[in-house]
Write a protein that binds this ligand. Sequence first.
Ligand code: NAD
Length: 361
Amino acid sequence: MKIGCPKEIKPQEFRVGMTPAAVREAVNRGHAVVVETKAGEGAGFTDADYIAAGATVGSVDDVFAADMVVKVKEPQPGERKRLRKGQVLFTYLHLAPDPEQTADLLASGVTAIAYETVTDDRGGLPLLAPMSEVAGRLSPQVGAWTLQKANGGRGVLLGGVPGVLPAKVLVIGGGVVGTHAAKVAAGMGADVTVLDRSVNRLRYLDDVFGRDFKNAYADAATTLELAREADLIIGAVLIPGAAAPKLIKADQLKLLKPGAALVDVAIDQGGCFETSKATTHQDPIYAVDGIMHYCVANMPGAVARTSTLALGNATMPFMLALADKGWKKACAEDKHLLAGLNTHAGKLTYAAVGVALGLPT
Ligand code: NAD
């Protein structure tokens, strides 16, 4: 099969759909890979790296002529015009809130498999998890930076120093993001508490991380009590398919420590603090009532190389199955890959997208 990997054109997107390692695996199995020139630049991979891995480097036309296109972000309008029936597109799509993209994919007839709806045996989303791991581990790092005095924060060091107590970090939501956030914050020496509404999840956190950080049930009273004592609060909740619940209200900011930092990782679902609004890597923080907010919606983009490698590890087995077997056989043999199928030959094949957009599936 001929596989194409374009340079991402969405603003501020520096990741790339295939690493040189993924190219090498595909080439070793007899596939031909064409990578758009400079596609890997933002993630630190040169054209020479791809050529050394066995790819050819070509134009965007060459890439979209391939049988399968492997990307990171949803195809932009110009890219959508290049898609065609009989071609496979493997990338993040997020169709539910995007009727224009959905209409274009259906009109093109492309077979589109979305990273975000591929499932695994444990009921998880294996191609979303790596980005939650990145955002989670990054959140204490950006929170520590936000807490610095020059950035408007309280001027406290997460780990303290001998004779000075560490900062208090409250992580709300103990899923993938929250667990990775808590591990890194605890590793930096902070005094960490994780809140969740799932008692089973709290049991797991207690069993595995009981010596590293504390946990408590996330009722409203406990959340506010611990928020008042915190230097850094990391918002990491998710209610699948719904907007994030607002766990700290605007009128409660005055109860927090002056200069405390809120890192709202859940901002891509609307944010879990009432005063959160999406920010960018260029201008990531702002203050409301003296409380610093960090609300970057695409946190993994800050570490494009790590994110590309993590995403590449997770997508590689599926990409190889699609290339080796063709999408029909690969999806027939793997219900988790089949769960990723969103459009095929002008038909919407993912029920939740159909419900969201009022379209038949
Ligand atoms: P997850 O499903 O693994 O974990 C979410 C956790 O939140 C669950 O354990 C759930 O029980 C808990 N929860 C739900 N409601 C709660 C409440 N009211 N109080 C306390 N806990 C509650 O999800 P995840 O992968 O960790 O993702 C968390 C959020 O981070 C999502 O909104 C996701 O979209 C977002 N995210 C953002 C970025 C970014 O760049 N900003 C990157 C990756 C993920």
